[in-house]
Design a protein around this ligand. Structure first.
Ligand code: PLP
Length: 419
């Protein structure tokens, strides 16, 4: 059973019971270097609550078998649970039909699926693909591979000094050769929330399909792919309190049906002869081989857990963390926040005068504080700000303000050590 994390049903996030939320996460009890763990690397991967762990154990101890292939009891149960997880994801993103949800191994795999399934079939020599400076490498490299193969051209939307997309420039990039848009919903490096609804609407005036990389949005805000009218939306379970090794591709049914398969193998066919193979219907056409059954079922449990708390509560609480962290860290002399967009999730990327981010991460780790340092798989963002790397504190709904105080104290210690 999911634990109840709200004391009463209300829109007021002040009732967000942080102690009860934290009690759901066994790993938060950990001591690192003798200090209580302060986990601020949630944008890389979020921790898993007990109900999700329990669900995985229940599956492995009482329900495991391969799916879609046998009439025996366990196979039927596992198939039912896997299909049920798909419906949970359908509801979570408000897709029209459950066959519009494809289980993949994660965001990267989902984008590669669209590149192979849509891009290799429909993008031709001279066609243009629009991406943005904010993209994660996983929404750049597959399109570069495609562009190289097809002789297509990549156009890039610039960002301003706050780390916000230049929407006028975006709109100017469109012409009759524009055939695809890949757009990050929330920047993993900076936290910028992009105005994707407006951008999707504009692309559709040119009948151009839009893929949204929602890896950093899905954990932090309620989603409605029908309202957004995006053509593809992708994210990974491990950033939403779920297991690694699973994610989804949402795609409009008409597009998924028009696409060619990405991987060939079992389950994605209805018949095979050496002369001809007939592909299965969606979603199976894109789920070749044994899928990540346990992970998908765990993903479903994670969706239940987050839905039980409420994405709106999570978003509101995390905004209080963002405001507090921005104010607290801004008081530190020599600290510069990279990425100050008006619309942000609770991510703070920063640099310290004269100190390399890796040294910051190492010293903070001695105090049990986990932050990420590096280019965050977003090197074009680093190049735009002329920095090789940043330190990034990324918050989840189980973090609290005292942890931000500890981070600030840790940063001051780093400065004492190095300056
Ligand atoms: N896109 C964004 C915005 C991300 O933050 C990440 C992971 O950090 C990815 C894509 C890649 O996700 P995964 O490694 O789960 O495939």
């Amino acid at each position: 059973m999911n634990s109840v994390t709200l004391t009463r049903q209300t829109e007021d996030f002040s009732v967000f019971d942080i102690d009860r939320v934290r009690a759901d996460f066994p790993i938060l009890q950990l001591k690192v270097n003798g200090k209580p763990l302060i986990y601020l690397d949630n944008a890389a991967s979020c921790q898993m609550p007990q109900p999700v762990i329990d669900r995985l154990v229940r599956y492995q101890t009482t329900q495991h078998a391969n799916i879609n292939r046998a009439v025996h009891y366990l196979s039927e149960v596992a198939t039912m649970e896997y299909d049920s997880a798909r419906r949970k994801l359908q509801q979570f993103v408000n897709a029209r039909e459950d066959r519009e949800i494809i289980f993949t191994s994660g965001t990267t795999d989902s984008i590669n699926l669209v590149m192979h399934g849509y891009g290799r079939k429909f993008i031709k020599t001279g066609d243009e693909i629009i991406l943005t400076t904010l993209e994660h490498h996983s929404n750049i490299v597959p399109w570069q591979m495609l562009a190289k193969e097809k002789g297509a051209i990549i156009r890039v939307v610039p960002i301003n000094d706050q780390g916000e997309l230049d929407i006028d420039e975006y709109e100017k990039l469109f012409n009759e050769r524009t055939k695809f848009v890949g757009l990050i919903h929330v920047s993993n490096a900076l936290g910028t929330i992009n105005p994707i609804q407006r951008m999707i609407k504009f692309a559709h005036r040119f009948s151009v399909p839009v893929l949204i990389d929602g890896a950093q949005a899905a954990p932090h805000m309620a989603l409605d792919v029908q309202a957004l009218d995006c053509d593809f939306y992708v994210f990974s379970a491990h950033k939403l309190c779920g297991p690694t090794g699973v994610g989804i591709l949402y795609g409009k049914a008409t597009l998924l049906e028009a696409m060619q398969p990405f991987k060939g193998g079992g389950d994605m066919i209805t018949s095979v002869t050496f002369e001809e193979t007939i592909y299965n219907t969606i979603p199976h056409k894109f789920e070749a081989g044994t899928p990540p059954i346990a992970a998908a079922i765990g993903f479903g449990a994670a969706i239940d857990y987050l839905t039980n708390i409420g994405l709106d509560h999570i978003a509101a609480y995390e905004q209080t963390l963002l405001e507090y962290a921005t104010a607290t860290l801004s008081e530190i002399p020599g600290l510069r926040i990279i990425g100050t967009a008006a619309e942000k999730t609770a991510v703070i990327s920063f640099i310290l005068d004269g100190i390399h981010p890796h040294d910051i991460g190492t010293i903070l780790n001695q105090d049990g504080i986990a932050v990420r340092t590096g280019h965050h798989c977003a090197q074009p963002v680093m190049q735009r700000f002329k920095v090789p790397a940043t330190s990034r504190a990324s918050f989840a709904f189980y973090n609290r303000k005292t942890e931000i105080d500890a981070l600030a104290a840790g940063i001051r210690t780093v400065q004492k050590v190095f300056l």
